[in-house]
Every structure is written in C-alpha cells, then in structure tokens.
Design a protein around this ligand. Structure first.
Ligand SMILES: Nc1nc2c(ncn2[C@@H]2O[C@H](COP(=O)(O)OP(=O)(O)O)[C@@H](O)[C@H]2O)c(=O)[nH]1
Ligand SMILES: Nc1ncnc2c1ncn2[C@@H]1O[C@H](COP(=O)(O)OP(=O)(O)O)[C@@H](O)[C@H]1O
Length: 391
C-alpha cells in the first residue's frame, strides 16, 4: 500500500451521515472522520454495533458503492467528540482523539497490516484491528517454557521476589481447576471453556494451546497491563504457545528450562503433590516430546538446565541481562498530552500537531513514528514525542 498524501483528514458532519446513507450511529455533537486508501473509505466514528463503549468503523467501497462493517479486533478507543486521522505506511491509520484523557489520545487502526491480513484469511471476512499508541519502548518480555515440574514457577517466583518492581507476571487463562493454594487472578484466570473460546474468537488472545487436556492462553491484556505498569513481563507458557508468540508481533526473549533427568522430573512432580497419579503420568508422557521440541525447534535462544536451583537462577538472571547492580528498569509509560483542537500534518515519519483555537501558545507537537514497533493485537510502542515552539 502506497504512502498517503501529506495531509489527509476529512471530517464528516453528523447531518451528512443520513443523507449519505453512512448508517453510522453518532451521538449529537460527535464528528466522524474518514480516510481514503485506494478505492476504499474508512469511516471512523459513532459506536460499534450499538455498543457505546466501542468506536465504530465502516468501509465504503467505491467500485461497488457498498458499505460494510468489518470485524473489529482488539480493544479500541471509546467514542469521543472527534478524531484526526492520517494514513501511514503498512496499512495503518493513525487516529488522534480530540479532547480525550492525555494517556488515551493516540491509536492505530490497522486495515492492511500483516496481522490483519492473517486474520482476514483465518476468519474469511473483512477485518480491522485497533492498537493503542504508547510512548517509549518497553523491555522485551520473557517467555519461559519447559516440562511440567521442571521448576519454571519456582524460578519465576524467585525473580519476582528479588526484583518486585522490575518484573510482572502475565496471568494466563486456563480451563483447569485451581490447585488448593492457587488464587484466581493471581496464578491464573480460571475460566469456563465456552467463555474462553468466545474470547479467543473475539481476538482477545495473543496465543492459546491445549496442554495436558486443558485450554491455556495468554490474553493480550494480561501482557499489556504488566508492560503498561513499567514492568518487564514474564510469560510461563508451553512450547506451542511459545511458537505462537514467536510468530506474533511481540518481540520477546525465549528461554527453555530442562530437567537434569526424567527420573528427577518425576520425583519433583510427585514431591510437589499437586496432581493425581493419572495427571502425573500424562505430564510425564508429554514431557519427553516437549523437551525434544524445546531443544530442537529453534524457538528458544537460551536453554537452562535446572539441576542446582541456585545455579539455574543465576544463569536465568544472566541470560535476561540482569545482575545485582542492575537498575530498576526505566520504561517510560506516561501518557501523551495533545491539544484539544489541532491540525495534523504528515512529513515523512513525523506527524506535526499544531494547536488551534484561542488559548494557543504556538506550541507544535511532533510525533516521531520512525521507531514504532509492536502493533495489533498489542500496543504500538516506540512513539517519540517532542514539543516545539513554532512562533
Ligand atoms: N500456551 C500456553 N501454555 C500455558 C499458559 N499458561 C500455562 N501454560 C503451560 O501449561 C502447562 C501446565 O501448567 P500448569 O497447569 O500450571 O502446571 P505446571 O506446569 O505443572 O505447574 C505448563 O507447561 C505451562 O507453561 C498459557 O497461557 N499458554
Ligand atoms: N532445582 C531444583 N531442585 C529440586 N527441586 C526443585 C528444583 N526446582 C524446582 N524444584 C521443585 O520442583 C517442584 C516443581 O517445580 P515448579 O516450579 O512447580 O515447576 P513448574 O512450574 O515447571 O511446573 C516444586 O516442588 C519445586 O519446589
């Protein structure tokens, strides 16, 4: 998809909607925005299928003169009083909310990104996806896999205990029953199968897999909540899940933990005393295939052997680049303050936002998008923001 002209914002007043047959439900005073990409206009505004909490998107195809409502993936911005929109490269539209909370202004609507293309093929219908724009970069999440009983949970608990402000755990969803010490929302989100399947279909999961006869999955929100809090996210997921994450837009460090022997693995599983004999047998059967896949799949850049726990923990800290003197991570997660009334101009990878209106102080905000990364189904990070006095 080619680059759009430098300035490409078109406001459509409410009154026009009915006459044009847009059929977009808007609140009085709300203004919709449309951008054109090729033969298609994307109208952003109103709400989605009557849901007042979800901003609507409609597509008009010039060739067929038909309107369609795409499947909207991800969590988008809530409807507000107006939007500026600009077409970027790689099938994304930058959407800036007007008069919204400062940390909620910048969004990306992906209409033809690799993720959207893949989902379109998978679902067999028109798809768009929202991704929230976030300033600054986050440290790479850490994916830890390994057979049941190898010590993943133990190692993660040690890391979180030693560096509580540095790491956060991605709380997975699972359909398995809680063990006696496990808390809902802390160790897992214990979920009903039908509920989880619906949420998977709604595009809320980064990855999911059937493991030892139960469904497990990482919701996009679980990872983003940790990253938004300025912590480095740790995911404890199986090899199938790691493979999906590797293929996603999440740039992570992949670590596989091996046991010293199958006999030791069995002893640890039994000593933990959380599974029935039948479940232990199933986990041991799966362990061999998992270890083989972990060692040979090319997914994992680090393989750790958990024989002596302290030694393994030290190695884990080494591979994720921390030592005892490491500073607490300095991820920038603060919001972005943008003027309520503004004009938007695009110059290469920079978006110039010029404040308009009476209280204008001639401040121009420059959004540098040259280093953005990530994107749907997660946040779009790496936005650099500067204020320039243009007087
Ligand atoms: N794909 C995927 N696997 C998960 C997720 N959460 C946990 N798992 C994996 O599911 C397996 C079973 O986890 P669990 O029932 O807690 O048992 P444990 O590993 O024996 O403690 C482990 O290999 C976990 O790494 C998830 O969100 N996605
Ligand atoms: N290096 C080790 N040596 C001996 N026991 C260990 C070691 N690492 C973990 N364990 C024990 O093995 C059991 C399984 O560990 P856990 O962290 O629950 O594994 P996982 O999360 O990989 O299923 C626990 O009882 C834990 O205390």
């Amino acid at each position: 998809m080619g680059e759009a002209p430098a300035f490409f914002v078109d406001h459509l007043e409410n009154g026009q909607h009915t006459s044009n047959g847009f059929g977009v439900k808007t609140e009085p005073g709300h203004r919709d925005t449309s951008v054109q990409i090729g033969d298609r206009s994307y109208v952003i505004g109103g709400n989605h299928e009557g849901n007042p909490l979800f901003l609507g998107v409609q597509i008009h195809d010039k060739n067929t003169n038909k309107w369609s409502t795409p499947t909207v993936l991800g969590t988008g911005p809530k409807p507000c009083k107006g939007y500026s929109a600009i077409v970027l490269k790689q099938g994304r539209i930058l959407v800036i909310k007007k008069g919204s909370a400062s940390d909620d202004s910048i969004w990306f609507l992906e209409v033809d990104s690799p993720f959207v293309r893949e989902q379109r093929k998978l679902l067999g219908r028109e798809v768009v996806a929202w991704s929230k724009g976030v300033r600054g970069n986050a440290e790479k999440p850490i994916v830890i896999s390994g057979p049941s009983g190898v010590g993943k949970g133990t190692l993660i608990a040690m890391l979180m205990k030693e560096f509580p402000s540095m790491f956060g755990f991605s709380v997975s969803h699972t359909t398995r029953s809680p063990r006696c010490m496990e808390e809902n929302g802390v160790h897992y989100h214990f979920t009903d199968k039908t509920v989880m399947e619906k949420e998977i279909n709604d595009g809320k999961f980064l990855e999911f897999a059937s493991v030892h006869g139960n469904l497990y999955g990482t919701s996009i929100e679980s990872v983003e909540v940790v990253t938004d809090s300025g912590k480095r996210c740790i995911l404890d997921i199986d090899v199938q899940g790691a493979r999906s994450v590797k293929a996603s837009s999440l740039d992570a460090v992949f670590i596989f933990v091996c046991p010293p022997s199958m006999k030791e693995l069995e002893d640890r599983l039994r000593a933990r005393g959380t599974e029935t004999e039948e479940q232990i047998q199933k986990r041991l059967r799966n362990a061999e295939a998992e270890i083989k896949a972990g060692e040979s799949s090319g997914i994992f850049e680090h393989i750790l052997y958990n024989d002596n726990l302290e030694e393994c923990y030290k190695n884990l800290k080494n591979v994720i680049g921390i030592n005892d003197e490491a500073p607490v991570n300095g991820v920038e997660v603060e919001g972005i303050s943008l003027p309520k009334e503004h004009t938007v101009t695009k110059v290469e990878d920079k978006i110039l936002i010029q404040e308009t209106g009476e209280s204008t102080k001639n401040n121009m905000i420059v959004l540098d998008l040259s280093s953005i990364n990530g994107g749907a189904p997660g946040r779009t990070r790496g936005i650099v923001l500067d204020t320039v006095n243009s007087s």
